[in-house]
Write a protein of this length. Sequence first.
Length: 265
Amino acid sequence: MKPLDISHETPVGLKRRARKTYRVLQETYPYARAELDFETPLQLLVATILSAQTTDVGVNKVTPELFRRFPDAAALAGADRTEMEELLRPTGFYRAKTNSVINLGAALVERFDGEVPGRLKDLVTLPGVGRKTANVVLGNAFGVPGITVDTHFGRLVRRFGWTELTDPVEVEHAVGELFPRKDWTMLSHVVIFHGRRICHAKRPACGACPIARWCPSYGIGETDPALAEKLLKFEKAPGAAPFPGTEAADAATPGGDPAGPGARG
């Protein structure tokens, strides 16, 4: 199979191809969701900030104890810095993250009565929160559609030929024009899942990719199906059982993907 030639693709053709690609990704990852564990908007907001430059798996290991000791914004604001740093040490950059979390708690208490606001324009005014983090929280904690342009998402939409842009905000808007707003959150999930499991940064498993026929970048990775199969991660790993939820994914993933959602801001 040859890579798809999109040199003469029209805007209408691009939209149709993008939506077909999305439908197949939905069928491939019907269980796609945010992979950070949370019960409240505050927990998701904090976890997303902590996920910068580490894995979701790693964040999920420290947040239960963090939220047990500091259950609300006021507790975060008044936290003992040394105590929190020790809790966050495994996530890396723990001093900076401790500072962000404490400042976040203080800002929520001072300006939003301790509650996480449900509007993008308010969220992005908080310490350590940019559009990516805000869209994660809005889409997954408040049900407000948003596109999360993390390292996986940006890499894949350029490989897919959906955009050539590199600025995350420009990518967010360009890709958003290709899909109905109601699909934005799930679109983010399935693209990120695909980037973690099949379309890896260095060695994409092209020969095992369900959307290869619609991809102009087919061939940049391993095209032999048997060899490509060995590159698959998470529930797609050879010998790993598929999962309807999350337990099998965790079991099949000893360390997660080091790219993670990386550097969310």
